[in-house]
Design a binder for this molecule. Structure first.
Ligand code: ACO
Length: 360
């Protein structure tokens, strides 16, 4: 047997019509559209229609209606689990609530899983603060309803558009760790909900979807412009990673970073510290080029995600759950694609342990 690829780097493990990541050109394509063509001009409902097309029925309007109705169902499922979730972090609570989605539900499972995300995240956040949880409004979009359920009042249109742009930008990304995980589970025919829970568990890690909270922790720890380079150099020299930098596929700047930087720049508010972040980014790229020569480490999506979500006044512990609100559209599309024709995903391992001793 040949040697294994460390971290499956360079291995093509699936064919997909859903998205293409060009790591050399810094290009991300969703079903024939560059991400820059979609972001800012596409609702989550329209993006779902695009990604689910051919795997499940629906145009943006009918999908919006189905998601609205399914949010009401998800709200009922959440109720008995909010008290046990109080001892958990937000992402752990989301994992608990998603695990309660019943395989016996007669709603389309990709719709219920997608609708459940904003309902569960908002309910967990408010209940955790001792505030009354708010039922969904089926007439609103997913993004508008999420902000309303979270804040207790309708969100300004510019915040809805900013969140929508974020949700669309992070909806899919080839065979990233969480999508691969979801496809592996789907390939066993375990069902949409089990596959989505598995995807969330992979997303939770700080090397994947857990990075944006730590990006803000890093900005806080650096504190002022004169400390940027010494702080970054010390961090890398200690063997730690700079959150929001580096990617398995991109060897140039992640195109989503620019989309989200534009969103962050467009948002007003005292928490929008974009200029300081730009200085940290420039310092990080300089220090990484010096201390990690030849690695071609650039800014990834999580750096400006952190700035966008902070400018939307979302608390840090909700950053990864909010990522899941966007990514679930991609997970479910991949799950549908996998189930409609894929074989069970079952690679091999190279045994490097001892062989049994020959009998005397
Ligand atoms: N900071 C410092 N050094 C880094 C970073 C970083 N952010 N990223 C990679 N490196 C270095 C590694 O230390 C390693 O150096 P070495 O060979 O001298 O030991 C080299 O670059 C290669 O790193 P790998 O871990 O092999 O790269 P891999 O492709 O496996 O990892 C990953 C990609 C996990 C994203 C990595 O770049 C990282 O940990 N980044 C920080 C966390 C982060 O921002 N994650 C979000 C990614 S985007 C997303 O998932 C939505």
């Amino acid at each position: 047997m040949s040697a294994a690829s460390d971290g499956l780097e360079g291995i093509v493990a699936a064919e997909t019509v859903l998205s293409h990541v060009d790591g050399e050109q810094g290009r991300l394509i969703f079903r024939g559209y560059d991400i820059e063509q979609l972001a800012g001009d596409t609702s989550q409902e329209a993006l779902a229609a695009l990604l689910w097309d051919g795997f499940a029925d629906g145009d943006p309007a009918s999908i919006g209606k189905a998601l609205g109705a399914a949010r009401a169902v998800a709200f009922e499922i959440a109720q008995p689990l909010l008290v046990p979730a109080r001892s958990l972090t937000a992402i752990e609570g989301l994992r608990l609530l998603l695990a309660a989605l019943p395989d016996a539900s007669d709603l389309p499972h990709h719709v219920l899983a997608t609708a459940a995300m904003p309902v569960f995240v908002a309910a967990l956040a408010r209940d955790g603060l001792g505030q009354a949880v708010l039922p969904p409004d089926p007439a609103l979009s997913q993004a508008a309803d999420f902000l309303r359920m979270l804040r207790g009042e309708p969100a300004e249109p510019e915040h809805v558009t900013a969140l929508e742009t974020y949700l669309v930008t992070v909806a899919d990304h080839g065979l990233n760790a969480s999508t691969f995980t979801a496809r592996v589970v789907a390939s066993t025919q375990a069902g949409v909900f089990s596959s989505v829970v598995a995807g969330l568990c992979a997303l939770k890690g700080p090397l994947h979807g857990g990075a944006p909270g730590p990006v803000l922790d890093m900005l806080d720890a650096i504190g002022s412009e004169d400390r940027i380079e010494p702080w970054l150099e010390r961090t890398i020299s200690q063997g730690d990673r700079l959150m929001g930098f580096g990617h398995r596929v991109y060897r140039v700047r992640d195109p989503r970073a620019d989309v989200l930087k534009g969103v962050a720049l467009g948002l007003r508010g005292g928490t929008n510290r974009i200029r300081f972040a730009e200085a940290v980014e420039a310092g990080a790229l300089k220090v990484l080029a010096r201390l990690k020569p030849g690695r071609r480490i650039d800014t990834n999506v999580e750096f400006y995600t952190a700035l966008v979500l902070e400018a939307l006044a979302l608390p840090r512990d909700l950053f990864t759950p909010v990522f899941a609100i966007g990514r679930v559209v991609g997970w479910t599309a991949h799950i549908l694609e996998q189930t409609q024709g894929g074989r069970i995903i079952r690679p091999q391992s190279a045994y490097v342990g001892p062989m049994p001793k020959a009998a005397a």
